[in-house]
Design a protein around this ligand. Structure first.
Ligand code: ATP
Ligand code: MG
Length: 239
């Protein structure tokens, strides 16, 4: 029985898609059968970060509308065996998608994959309930901004209310130039504020930005510091 892991945050642009992609690559590299499920409806981009944008003929919207079977919309990555992608529609929401539908989808996917990593939209209350109900775990992404830390605290409480049993967070975009100043929240402040275990930290790194844009995930560069960080996070989450 697989595990459904949400990559989520209370603010936009914290690195949900970056982490969803790189943790999926890392977990597949550790021998798991992984599905990356992009639920950022109307604004998907995991396909770009994975270099798979030209390969998507069908998406979850086509499955829900009965145009194709689930199998047709699940695409295997060319270079990373063990990793598949299921995208949502690029320019629209899926009308009438309820928490019940999403939970049923998670159950189907749990039977077929060891790990289902969900790239979530920004997790405001109504939307959160739809995709968090029925998930096993949540990796909350925060960046070293007071606003992001506060939104992560609120998100963590909501996930608990909804019943997501495992909740942890990672800090993205740590910039050593500022991290020791009082102007941005330091690691001590963040760990005191968020009531969940910290599973990893990733620095501000232009190479990650370039990897996302070139469709070659940073986690592919085995031996690099960034790849090791994503591998460590994946191992902690799936242990
Ligand atoms: N550690 C990092 N170093 C440098 N750039 C990064 C890092 N993490 C993410 N980025 C860049 O920051 C931007 C936002 O990242 P990403 O798309 O992963 O965030 P998101 O939380 O999924 O955003 P959204 O809320 O729009 O879905 C992208 O341009 C990405 O390449
Ligand atoms: Mg995103």
């Amino acid at each position: 029985m697989g595990k459904v892991l949400l990559c989520c945050s209370g603010s936009g642009g914290t690195g949900k898609t970056t982490f969803a992609v790189n943790i999926s690559v890392a977990a597949a590299g550790q021998g798991l059968n992984v599905l990356l499920l992009d639920l950022n409806m109307g604004r998907r981009n995991a396909d770009i970060y994975l270099g798979m944008e030209d390969r998507i003929l069908f998406d979850l919207g086509d499955v829900v509308s009965g145009l194709c079977r689930l199998d047709k919309a699940i695409i295997k990555h060319d270079l990373c065996s063990g990793l598949s992608l299921l995208s949502c529609p690029q320019y629209r929401e899926i009308e009438g998608m309820t928490a019940g539908h999403v939970s049923a989808l998670y159950n189907t996917l749990r039977d077929r994959f060891d790990l289902v990593v969900v790239d979530c939209p920004v997790s405001v209350t109504g939307v959160l309930r739809v995709f968090a109900s029925g998930a096993d775990a949540a990796l909350m992404l925060t960046v070293p901004d007071f606003s992001s830390v506060r939104n992560t605290e609120a998100l963590c409480e909501k996930l608990e209310e909804i019943g997501v049993a495992e909740r942890y967070y990672a800090i993205n975009r740590i910039d050593r130039q500022y991290s020791d100043s009082d102007n941005v929240p330091g690691i001590n402040f963040i760990t005191r504020s968020i009531n969940a275990p910290l599973v990893g930290m990733v620095t501000e790194d232009p190479a990650i930005h370039i990897c996302n844009n070139s469709g070659i995930p940073a986690a592919f560069a085995e031996g690099s510091d960034t790849a090791r960080r994503f591998a460590d996070i994946a191992a902690r989450i799936t242990a």
